[in-house]
Design a binder for this molecule. Structure first.
Ligand SMILES: [Zn+2]
Length: 303
């Protein structure tokens, strides 16, 4: 497995979303990415090795300190569930103390569980042994799952060297910047443009698609790869949004720039017809575009 493939897996962890929420915003459960961040902490401190991430108080403390930063009202501080269920993502294997038997039981904090551990498998053990890869993993996990808490979660761990994201060419802002972000957005929106509803799904994989994953606030500004900072758009509408000709607004309707003139060209006429139409949202409310990003876009378009 390459680093990029691993990062893509991290962007697509099998994470449940909440169906209702005490603080009014459905969201993805934070436990799996938090557990991985805690495992990275232990590796950095020399308290674990890639083939032995112990289920111990150090791990639970690292989990807890990060959990306190990101928790929402109905999240429970429970590292035991992700410790087991991360196995479903294919690169993490939780084992009984004999080091052979996969764990198939509830683990608790107590003597019977003290020798339980997990290991990175499927080639990821080699990757996580490299400090630079761990830095990229940490940044990817935070950008994808907890962008609003980046300062707190990456405190003291910010890269001093080049940012992981290569600068994009001016002409094509953000296009194809992150295959992992793209894949997640296309999945959430079921390959459908949030403006015109066009859906094209070729049997060629996500690399070949007419539908783009657009950032609301550009990654270079917010370093936010959370799916709620994204929108699936066809090439035409992506192009138009990035030139501030159209924008999705907080009321989930499209706004169109007054600079457009329907008499001048059919393309402009079609863009103008988008005005006031609904943004086509994903089914799962946990992934609806966030208000901050919508406002950012909306304010840039003068109607
Ligand atoms: Zn479109």
């Amino acid at each position: 497995m390459t680093i990029d493939q691993f990062i893509e897996r991290l962007y697509n962890l099998r994470v449940d979303t909440t169906t209702r929420d005490g603080d009014g915003s459905p969201h993805e459960k934070p436990h799996k990415p938090l557990l991985l961040l805690a495992a990275l902490d232990l590796l950095d401190k020399g308290l674990a090795t890639p083939d032995r991430i112990p289920w111990n108080q150090d791990l639970r403390d690292c989990f807890k300190s990060r959990f306190d930063v990101v928790r929402k009202l109905n999240d429970a501080n429970d590292p035991a569930l992700p410790f087991r269920y991360l196995a479903s993502d294919g690169f993490w294997l939780p084992l009984e103390s004999d080091g052979v038997t996969p764990i198939r039981r509830e683990i608790r904090v107590g003597s019977d569980s003290n020798l339980v551990f997990a290991r990175f498998v499927d080639g990821t053990d080699v990757l996580v042994s490299i400090p630079e890869v761990r830095r990229r993993m940490r940044e990817a996990l935070v950008s994808r799952y907890f962008p609003q808490h980046a300062m707190a979660l990456l405190a003291g761990k910010l890269p001093t060297a080049e940012p992981i994201v290569p600068k994009v060419a001016e002409e094509e802002p953000e296009y194809g910047r992150s295959p992992a972000f793209r894949r997640k957005i296309l999945e959430i929106y079921d390959h459908q443009c949030a403006a015109c509803g066009l859906r094209i799904r070729l049997p060629l994989g996500n690399e070949v698609s007419f539908i783009d994953a657009a950032h609301l606030i550009p990654f270079s500004e917010a370093r936010n790869d959370h799916p709620t900072n994204g929108l699936a758009l066809c090439k035409n509408h992506h192009w138009a949004m990035d030139r501030d000709l159209i924008a999705p607004c907080p009321d989930h309707h499209w706004k169109v720039a007054s600079i457009l003139d329907s008499r001048r060209s059919t393309g402009e006429k079609e863009l103008l017809e988008l005005s006031g139409k609904s943004v086509l949202l994903p089914k799962d409310p946990a992934f609806h575009p966030n208000e901050e990003g919508l406002r950012w876009r909306c304010e840039r378009v003068s109607a």
